[in-house]
Design a protein around this ligand. Structure first.
Ligand SMILES: Nc1ncnc2c1ncn2[C@@H]1O[C@H](COP(=O)(O)OP(=O)(O)OP(=O)(O)O)[C@@H](O)[C@H]1O
Length: 266
């Protein structure tokens, strides 16, 4: 079976009126179907740039990017993108928001409606379908945004700090819920996060980036008991804190390693 994501020797240069700047260089990244991979690193090391290139939102300056063996030429229905902000339409109900992608693609069928209903149920939103985003908490809105992303049945999910605007308790609850859903659906995911504890608890593999220009410094495989558990439980597993410290040290060594300081020692 083809790899889900194959990035080979990719670099990206941003050109602005102030000149050209090399954001990332020499990026090699492969992700297998069903794998959950996190990208961590100091601010400006190119995490969002890498996700945007994989999503087909920006073209790499050099190198190749393939999804399921096919070169990426632009945004694809096989790839879902979820951001820190939920971007729900305030004038639509949660149900209407969840259905927008399918409406635009004219894929509203009784089957797709049933699938969205099942996802809303799984995300604990069955009672909120007729409510508007402003009537919901931040965590509920992020869950609704995830349902909308999953409704299109993407094979690959790109998650750019989707939990960072939430309070700590909501974030922990949502991590479990999201990972459980993605696992049951057999999805592949790449998560960008500043929270090392979240990266370890959610992932099969954590990729540490450095900057100037953005490059991959190291890759850590999360061992079996931690990897199998859901995030809340994973934090209790032996070996979790050792891995945390290893990642922390790695990031401290990167120039200006700014990581979520409150995450230290969790
Ligand atoms: N649209 C753009 N135009 C010019 N430069 C950009 C643009 N987007 C990002 N950059 C630059 O590219 C580099 C990588 O940025 P990117 O946003 O990918 O990093 P990041 O690791 O996601 O950062 P953060 O953790 O702060 O979100 C940075 O130096 C940034 O200033």
């Amino acid at each position: 079976m083809a790899r889900m994501v194959d990035v080979e020797d990719m670099s990206h240069v941003y050109v602005t009126d102030k000149g050209a700047s090399l954001a990332v260089a020499g990026i090699h990244l492969s992700v297998e179907p069903g794998e959950f991979v996190s990208l961590v690193g100091p601010s400006g090391c190119g995490k969002t740039t890498i996700l945007s290139v994989i999503a087909g939102l920006i073209q790499p300056t050099s190198g190749t990017v393939r999804i399921r063996g096919k070169p990426v030429n632009g945004p694809s229905a096989h790839v879902g993108y979820m951001l820190q902000q939920d971007y729900l339409f305030p004038w639509l109900t949660i149900w209407e928001n969840a259905m927008t992608g399918l409406e635009i693609k004219k894929q509203v069928t009784s089957g797709s409606q049933a699938y969205v209903r099942q996802l809303l149920d799984q995300m604990g939103l069955a009672g909120a379908v007729n409510q508007y985003p402003s009537q919901l908490s931040g965590g509920m809105r992020q869950r609704a945004a995830l349902v909308r992303t999953l409704a299109a049945k993407p094979d690959l999910l790109l998650l750019d700090e989707p939990f960072s605007a939430l309070d700590y308790q909501t974030k922990l609850t949502l991590e479990d819920l999201v990972l459980e859903t993605l696992r049951s659906e057999g999805k592949t995911a790449i998560l960008v996060t500043h929270d090392l504890s979240e990266a370890i608890a959610m992932s099969d593999r954590v990729i540490v980036l450095g900057r100037n220009p953005g490059h991959i410094r190291r890759e850590l495989h999360v061992p079996e008991p931690i990897r199998r558990a859901l995030p809340l439980q994973a934090r209790e597993e032996p070996g979790f804190h050792r891995l945390f410290r290893e990642l922390w040290r790695e990031l401290q060594e990167t120039e200006g390693g700014e990581v979520d300081a409150e995450a230290e020692g969790r």
